[in-house]
Design a protein around this ligand. Structure first.
Ligand code: GEK
Length: 249
């Protein structure tokens, strides 16, 4: 299904409702996230390389909160024969609660015969993770209830094979109010530079408030260490958008 340009918040709304991953959002999602999250494309373009480092034959590769499956496509590039390595067989598993996203994601035809691809409409809080070489939570954890986050990360840790890795990308906030406010200003300027009007920026901000709940980088790092990961390190940051690599020893 083709993607359209994001104009969802271009007209004044009497009431800005709570942001939902519905059909309207799914139809513009690639454009919306690429013009809103400066880290999105750089993270996707590094995923094949990271996947090549952690791949294990016959293992599962999860994209939790996969939306249209862009993370899964990027991981598949790391499993095919490149730079003289052999093809690695594996199962790519994308999970999302949004039917509109999963319906579109299912259109993907993986070109690599060594890989099987499964897209499932489900809540990742209720989904099993096992025999995993890699798990990707690419800007998904931030939408989950705060009290569920540690359990989910514990489940991911348990489901990873030894030597496996979690990539956790998030929008973060800052303890210091002045820093937080300045980073928000710069992010809004970034969105304006991508062609969003002030109306679009402010209506989207109202819609996403209390839906996307950011935490500090320190909170993420401490929690990942607490659930058992032996190496926990940020590997990418652009403004308040970060990605952390967490490895199971
Ligand atoms: C990408 N990772 O393109 N269970 C499953 N899915 C969920 C849940 C849940 N409990 N809560 C939210 N979602 C993607 C981008 S978008 C990020 C991820 C953003 C899903 C939700 O339906 C949406 O598709 C996704 O998490 C978040 O690399 O829009 O900023």
């Amino acid at each position: 299904m083709s993607q359209q340009k994001d104009k969802l918040y271009a007209k004044t709304r009497d009431q800005v409702g709570r942001f939902k991953f519905d059909d309207k959002v799914a139809s513009v999602f690639s454009d919306m996230i690429s013009r809103s999250v400066p880290s999105y494309q750089p993270i996707l373009s590094m995923l094949p390389t990271i996947t090549r480092e952690f791949r294990q034959n016959g293992a599962n590769y999860y994209d939790l909160g996969c939306s249209l499956g862009a993370g899964l496509h990027a991981m598949s590039e790391g499993l095919k024969d490149t730079i003289g390595l052999d093809d690695i067989s594996g199962n790519l598993i994308g999970i999302d609660t949004s039917r509109a996203m999963i319906e579109r994601a299912k259109d993907y035809r993986c070109p690599y015969s060594n890989l099987s691809v499964i897209f499932t409409e489900a809540n990742i809080l209720d989904s099993a993770v096992n025999n995993a070489a890699m798990v990707l939570l690419n800007f998904t954890l931030q939408f989950l209830p705060l009290e569920s986050r540690e359990n989910l990360l514990g489940k991911v840790y348990d489901g990873l094979n030894p030597g496996g890795a979690l990539i956790l990308s998030e929008k973060i906030c800052y303890e210091d109010a002045a820093t937080d406010s300045k980073m928000i200003d710069i992010h809004h300027r970034y969105k304006a530079d991508q062609g969003y009007s002030q109306l679009e920026i402010s209506q989207k901000r109202d819609a996403i408030e209390n839906v996307l709940i950011p935490e500090t980088l320190e909170t993420h790092i401490n929690r990942l260490s607490q659930v058992g990961f032996s190496i926990v390190t940020p590997w990418h940051q652009n403004l308040q958008f970060i990605s952390i690599l967490a490895i199971k020893g």
